[in-house]
Design a protein around this ligand. Structure first.
Ligand SMILES: [Zn+2]
Length: 432
């Protein structure tokens, strides 16, 4: 049975610096103590496994195919839309599989990805990404070494909204149907119909970009209306340095009382809003139960290009949101595509940027890419205590700060009590 066997990890370093052995059974941490047998993990730190709460697997690794001459958001959007209609399901699946393997190898046991839905691409990206469920079954069973062939070997049910699958995969993959603009008015009817089709075809959540819609408020209401019967919402919010109009404030008004989880990703302009209004919006976001996902890579890349000196960093108001009681997670967003030419599919890279560009502490930064991200996605906490889900990252490091600083490639990733990825590094020093 998946997750059913007992695994013992010996001589691990815990985040507080102490050493212990951890016994895993039934997909959970069974006991922490001292055991006689098991694999030796001397030199490895154990952490709750990271989560990638905001990816775009369908766009990943397209930077060499799609130019963004201006380097800003509109340049990326224009470049991507000019290219998108040419994408086949197979092309998307191959790049997405490479990205997903990288996220899992780096430790992510949950990945939420947005996938483009539009009249030019239909549901092709959604179908391509949903086929990765088969890859994840194969990884767990140790069956699949070659490229994805589109055949799903598993019968594991797709995760219900806000929950993980009944049986653990190598990674829980959540797919957000990302609607095209316009979604509002008569002109948006076709795009709204496609989002409805995407939910019926297996999307786990619905999203859109209201600030790029001719009528942001109507765009928000359309998405909430489409999702209200069945799925959560995850919006791209205010990806600009202009504090007005605040579609985050509109979303907080509209989402109050919404029956499912709501995530606001980016929220860049909140970081540029004068403090009294910033606090007022943060309190509205908290009251509405909305979680915010900060995306430092993409916003450091896209924002502030018009500033000749001291360009703003483009991060949301992390501290003020937390003080208001909002869950603030962080994700990697774009991965070597026209929205972000670099990126390594590594939550530890995201955590490092929170420390550098957001002045976060190492502990808060790691929480943002692990348990805070789990909370934002409606998933249970992973704690290092008996009974907790056995989703763990063992990494060659002594402390969480050092793990973030070095992003050491030597990692063992555990999902549901089973090792699903192991990366080792060997350096030769030839005599010279
Ligand atoms: Zn995004």
């Amino acid at each position: 049975m998946a997750g059913g066997e007992t695994v013992i990890l010996r001589n691990l370093t815990l985040p507080d610096g102490s050493r212990a052995d951890i016994r895993l059974a039934g997909g959970r941490i069974d006991d922490i103590g001292s055991f006689l047998e098991g694999e030796d993990f001397s030199g490895y730190l154990v952490l709750p496994a990271p989560v990638e709460p905001h990816a775009h697997l369908d766009k990943a690794y397209s930077a060499d195919l799609v130019p963004n001459p201006t380097g800003d958001l509109l340049g990326a959007v224009r470049g991507w839309l000019a290219h998108r209609h040419t994408l086949s399901e197979q092309d998307i699946a191959l790049r997405a599989e490479k990205a997903l393997r990288a996220y899992v190898a780096h430790g992510a046991t949950v990945v939420r990805t947005h996938v483009d839905i539009g009249t030019d691409i239909g549901l092709r990206a959604l179908h391509a990404i949903r086929k990765l469920d088969g890859l994840l079954d194969g990884l767990l069973d140790g069956l699949l070494d070659g490229p994805l062939d589109g055949q799903s070997p598993g019968g594991e049910p797709r995760a219900a909204a806000g929950q993980e699958p009944a049986l653990p995969r190598a990674c829980s993959l959540q797919v957000v149907a990302f609607g095209a603009n316009p979604l509002s008015g008569v002109e948006g009817a076709e795009n709204r119909a496609l989002l409805r089709d995407a939910i019926a075809a297996g999307a786990d959540a619905v999203g859109a970009c209201p600030s790029l819609d001719p009528d942001p408020r109507a765009c928000i209401e359309a998405v909430l209306d489409l999702a209200s019967d069945s799925v959560p919402v995850d919006m791209h919010v205010d990806e600009s340095l202009d504090p007005e109009p605040s579609t985050l404030s509109m979303l907080a008004d509209a989402a109050t009382g919404f029956p499912h989880q709501v995530v606001a990703s980016h929220c860049v302009s909140l970081g540029m809003t004068p403090p009294p209004r910033m606090r007022a919006i943060a309190e509205k976001v908290a009251a509405a139960g909305i979680a915010v996902v900060c995306l430092p890579q993409t916003n450091l890349y896209l924002q502030g290009r018009g500033h000749a000196t001291s360009p703003p960093r483009g991060l949301t108001a992390i501290r003020v949101l937390r003080e208001a009681g909002v869950t603030v997670a962080a994700g990697g967003d774009n991965l070597q595509d026209p929205f972000n030419l670099v990126g390594r599919a590594d939550p530890l890279e995201t955590a490092a940027l929170l420390i550098l560009a957001g002045h976060d502490t190492p502990d808060n930064a790691y929480a943002a890419v692990s348990n805070d991200a789990r909370r934002a996605l409606g998933l249970p906490e992973v704690a290092l205590r008996p009974g907790a889900p056995a989703d763990l990252l063992a990494i060659r490091a002594k402390t969480p700060r050092e793990a973030i600083a070095t992003a050491n490639p030597e990692r063992v990733v555990i999902r549901g009590g089973r090792i699903v990825a192991r990366t080792t590094l060997k350096t030769d020093w030839p005599k010279c």
